[in-house]
Write a protein that binds this ligand. Sequence first.
Ligand code: OKP
Ligand code: ZN
Length: 347
Amino acid sequence: MKIFHNPLHAQHAGRQEMYRGRLVPCHEVPDRLDHVLNELQRRPMGDLLTPNAAPERSRLERVHSARYLDFLASAWDQWVAVDPANAALDALPSVWPVRGFRADVEPENFAARMGLYSFDAGTPLMAGTWAAAQMGAACALAAADAVLVGERRAFALTRPPGHHAGPDFFGGYCFLNNAALAAQALRDGGIERVAVLDVDYHHGNGTQSIFYERADVLTVSIHGDPRTEYPFFLGHADELGAGDGAGFNLNLPLPRGTDWPTWRAALHTALDAVRGFGAQALVLAAGLDTFEGDPISGFHLRSADYLQVGADIAALDLPTVITFEGGYAVAEVGVNAVNLLQDLDAT
Ligand code: OKP
Ligand code: ZN
């Protein structure tokens, strides 16, 4: 398979995220990606390619709003303009518009604008964030383009991850929704029915929101039950899509503590939905934080299980774009990711 890699990822390296009243070290660290690269060196799977330019703005605007993209592109400079000493700090939001507030008037205050375009205080933004996110998106788009010209599988090995990023908001360590950009690129390339399957531990709320009222992109997510798990405010089983999209969103929440046999049964339910939809291409949002050793998650998959996950998904027999999402057991994420890819590469 073709693997698109984003060396600028390392410029996005958050220091701290807000957790239980404290700033704690970020879980989403550059080392994660390096472990995947190392494992790919040990078990090569085709060409490692690097896109040579940021994506065209028009391709990002297929999924994200123009004013959100303007905000992201200028956020770091705005943060430093507030106070030059800010250059030594990450920017984190601390105020948000909730029910009844106005989200249509863009405040002039930077902190308020940061809150307008985000949903948590766990997603630091720094000098290299926009470059890293753009090149990650370029990888996802290049992977979709490769599939459009006949590649069977393509992997976008990027960070920051993407599946929590919505049309006009960041959060959950995500800024640009790589899986959604890939799905939209497949649609724009002429594939009529595209499915997004999200196997990250956390509900792919951004992807769901982007496609919620559309019948041309089926979104399916298997994740920790939002009654107890992040992102808490979306991902319930009764979210089925709306308008034209009614019936084209499927959430399979599972309790914290779910083991491999139960998780695999949910995977088979998800795969049946993808088949039933008549998908002609798949985007797999590949989070590896379902691993038993993950520090922020609660499922109990083992490293060897990812071989079977990949084999089960490969049995769909669809052209597939894979995007790298979560997975915070840093030492194991390389083996787990490449295990997931093994059968997808072989078939
Ligand atoms: C991003 B992805 C941990 C709190 C959880 C946010 C988790 C974002 C997960 N201290 N913070 O879906 O892997
Ligand atoms: Zn996750």
